[in-house]
Structures are given as structure tokens and as C-alpha cells.
Design a protein around this ligand. Structure first.
Ligand SMILES: [Mn+2]
Length: 349
């Protein structure tokens, strides 16, 4: 297990020096953030991240994310050009020593929350999801004000894009995903870079848009779209775990023993309703997920991939990128490493 920490590049309020001071930290997870989806990243930009990380004795072996252009998800004829750009990014990242690429295949919207600074009774704040509040927004009417979501679309642009998705159901999305995988996995094999899809967050359809990386049945189907071990998962415990129907330690045990889990986002959430959840501190006692069982599932299956803490709360007066403060993520990282050490030593007796 290698412990990592997400870093948003030079504009990240958390400097690499601070990340390197977190005990038991191995490396960063980062990306080139100033290039539009579907375009090729410059070798210079990739090398700059690697060199900056190495100056602080951190590795840079995981990219999150190389975004997938909407035309690929829609299966439009223009997808082939965007896929070629993606293949070139894999080659360049592989040459720079990157081992895992995290990406997602969610139509239009990435992760969704109803509030980014929900005040907890202890004065900390966290990201919260209340289905009713999210569904009360109508993306087509321009009343969409989803917090944290990149509002780079104009109202008209978003409306057109949503219309294009009206023909895309989950079957079509699976088929477009297979087309993408079959084109990129051979390059991954050649350059020793593993693809690791991130589950949909939250893992259910929203605004009439299909979401397919949601549960065990669909994860099985996803992995069988392309059976190469290079086609794998970013198992985000908080994303899949926001559905109470997903048994996270069981899923981890199953897919990690198949060698198909390459990256883990280890975060806790608390169910506060059928489709509602709050993001909590990492330790098991604070949320609905048993983090000990999660780390144990990884240990027992010989997991040697990457783990990172995820989100947590904003504490100690920190103001930062929602979900990506330094303090609570650092506490999460050390807690997870502590669980790992305890599990490891209890096995050696
Ligand atoms: Mn995640």
C-alpha cells in the first residue's frame, strides 16, 4: 500500500512541503489542470509536476484525472480524435513514470453535492448531499447553481448538451465506454499505465442522466467490457458507500483479489437518509463505513496499489478548496496508515 495525497498544482493552497511533512506519505496525486478535456498535455507540464514532487521526496505515479471528453461518452463521430489525444496522454504519462490514471465516465456533471460548507455541531464544516435540494434545481432552466461544479457551460451550451444525452441510456453509455476502453487499453499495456475508473458520485441517475459505475452488478459488467487487468477501478469508498446497498469491504475484497483495484479513495460518509449523506472525519466511529474492515480487506488481498485520504471536513479555521483542506485529510492519512500498521503487525504474530 502506498499512501498518497491529492495536490492541485501550484495554485493549491496546500504546498508540497506541507504534504511531505505528513508522516508516512509516499506521493502525490495530481494532473495538468489548465488544458481542456480532449487536448494533449505538454511533456513540460507533466515533467514539472514530477520534478516538483521529487524535490520534496514525493513520487508522482497517480494522475487524477485525465478527463474524458463528452463526445466520447456520447459516442459522436468526433470521438476518435479525442480518443487519439487520450492515447497520446497515456504515452506521455507512462514515459514520465505515471502508473495509474483515474478518470470517470459520468455524463455532463461530475460529483454532486447540495452544500459545500455544511456547519457541523462541532464547528467544522463538510460537504453534504440532500437529494431533495439537488433535484429542486432544473439544469435546463438555468436555475442550476450546484456548488463546486465547474460552471464553464453557458445556459444554452448546457441545454444543448443535455439534449444530446436524451438518446443516451445506460446501454448506450456502456457501449461508448467499451469503445473507449478497447482503444486505450492496448496503449496502457504498452506503456505500463493502469486505467482506474472512479465510481459515479453519488451512484445513481440524476437529472435523467444515466450513471453506470454504481454497484456490484455494474462494476462486474464494467470489468468484463475489457478483461485486461489494465482496465481497473479507483474504489472510492465514499462514492460507492453513499448508497447503503453497497457493502464496501465486500466489494474491495472481491475486486482487489481479482487484481482490478489500482487506487483507493478511503473516505467516510454518514447516511442521513435514503439518498442523503454527510461527509465526516475518516475514523469508523464518525461515519457509516468501517474503515478498519476496508483497510483489512486491502491487506488480506495483498493490495499493493495507491490509497489516498479523501475530503473529510474543514477544521481548525482552515479555508481552502472544499473537500481538499490540509488538516483533516492529513489526519485521515495518518489514521489510515495507522490502521495498516496495526493490521500488518497483528498478522506477523
Ligand atoms: Mn473519490
Amino acid at each position: 500500500m502506498k499512501m498518497t495525497f491529492r495536490w492541485y498544482g501550484k495554485s493549491d493552497p496546500v504546498p508540497l512541503e506541507y504534504i511531505s511533512q505528513i508522516p508516512m506519505m509516499d506521493g502525490i496525486v495530481s494532473a495538468v489542470y489548465d488544458v481542456a478535456p480532449g487536448k494533449v498535455w505538454s511533456v513540460e507540464s507533466i515533467t514539472a509536476i514530477k520534478k516538483a514532487a521529487e524535490r520534496h521526496s514525493l513520487s508522482f505515479e497517480v494522475v487524477e484525472s485525465v478527463p474524458v471528453h463528452e463526445d466520447i461518452k456520447l459516442g459522436k463521430p468526433s470521438r476518435d480524435g479525442y480518443i487519439e489525444a487520450y492515447r497520446e496522454n497515456i504515452r506521455r504519462l507512462g514515459k514520465a513514470g505515471v502508473k495509474v490514471i483515474c478518470y470517470n465516465f459520468m455524463p455532463v456533471f461530475d460529483w454532486l453535492r447540495s452544500e459545500l460548507e455544511y456547519k457541523n455541531p462541532d464547528g467544522s464544516s463538510s460537504l453534504i448531499y440532500r437529494q431533495e435540494q439537488v433535484l429542486a434545481m432544473n439544469p435546463k432552466s438555468g436555475s442550476l447553481s450546484l456548488p463546486g461544479w465547474d460552471a464553464s457551460y453557458t445556459k444554452e451550451g448546457l441545454s444543448t448538451l443535455l439534449d444530446e444525452y436524451s438518446d443516451i441510456d445506460s446501454e448506450a453509455l456502456f457501449s461508448n465506454l467499451k469503445y473507449f476502453l478497447d482503444a486505450v487499453i492496448p496503449i496502457c499495456i504498452e506503456y505500463d499505465v493502469k486505467m482506474a475508473i472512479h465510481p459515479d458520485d453519488p451512484p445513481w441517475d440524476i437529472f435523467g442522466l444515466p450513471r453506470i459505475i454504481t454497484d456490484e452488478k455494474n462494476l462486474d459488467r464494467f470489468l468484463s467490457l475489457n478483461n485486461s487487468p489494465f482496465n481497473g477501478l479507483t474504489l472510492c469508498t465514499g462514492s460507492l458507500g453513499s448508497s447503503p446497498h453497497n457493502d464496501i469491504p465486500k466489494l474491495l475484497r472481491k475486486y482487489s483479489s481479482m487484481g482490478r483495484v489500482h487506487f483507493v479513495h478511503a473516505r467516510n460518509i454518514k447516511h442521513i437518509g435514503e439518498n442523503d449523506f454527510n461527509e465526516t472525519a475518516h475514523p469508523s466511529g464518525y461515519g457509516s463505513l468501517d474503515m478498519y474492515e476496508i483497510m483489512k480487506a486491502l491487506y488480506d488481498t495483498g493490495f499493493d496499489g495507491y490509497v489516498r485520504p479523501d475530503h473529510g471536513r474543514m477544521i481548525w479555521g482552515e479555508h481552502g478548496k472544499p473537500g481538499y483542506g490540509l488538516y483533516d485529510r492529513a489526519l485521515g492519512a495518518v489514521y489510515l496508515s495507522g490502521l495498516w500498521e496495526a493490521i500488518q503487525k497483528s498478522h506477523k504474530k
